[in-house]
Design a protein around this ligand. Sequence first.
Ligand code: ZN
Length: 259
Amino acid sequence: MSKLAIGAHVGQENPIEQAISLGLDHIQLFVGDPQGWKASVIPHPEGAEGLKAQAEAAGIGIYVHARYLINVATSNNKVRIPSRKMLQSDVDAAASIGAKGVIVHGGHVTADDDAQLGFDNWAKALAQLDMKVPVFIENTAGGQHAMARRADAIKKLWDAVGDTEVGFCLDTCHAHAGGIPIESAAETILGITGRIDLVHCNNSRDEFDSGADRHANLAVGKIDMDALIACLAKANAPIVLETPHDAVADDITALRSAF
Ligand SMILES: [Zn+2]
């Protein structure tokens, strides 16, 4: 199998030191409080230039996970407008540290909304966004009104945004829990989007199509390990582990032996 770059989500304390100690090719991190609406914060005592220089010197790539509260699809102005601003803020912060991409969840509308509104809101958000670094929309696990849970929704999302530069991040836990079989997940996404720019490699604590978003270490979840590795090979994209920290070293070892 071809060599795939392997990384993991790390905390905002000494992220490059963590990457070096885990032997990672790249990291993913938040720039600021993932559950807050506060301004983006670069996790380095010398700011963006300091983190960028340290990452470059160590040969570590950086991906930024946009904040969890961002939902550019919603019909609620009080969430949609700040979401657009925060996504831009995280993209700007990512550009300042030389990041390779920003990953943002697909978001959702409410039960009262026509789902098409959410797809159209995505197109509007991207039309306004200054994509200084690549932005990847990530599939999500739960909800009945999500823009990027099931394949039929992702197809409609791509009908709305597929003519932009936006890319796709396939989360394997979210696919399984969201109702996309892992055995065909990479083909399903590639058939719709024509691209997988990044893979969030996680096992799932829950059953297929449960709608639950609970990541597991690779050896202990409900997704068959061989099927997971085959999915990663077909996706053929850089990998980020978002698995429980206690056993992430074992997950890295498993991926290194596969790729
Ligand atoms: Zn993820």
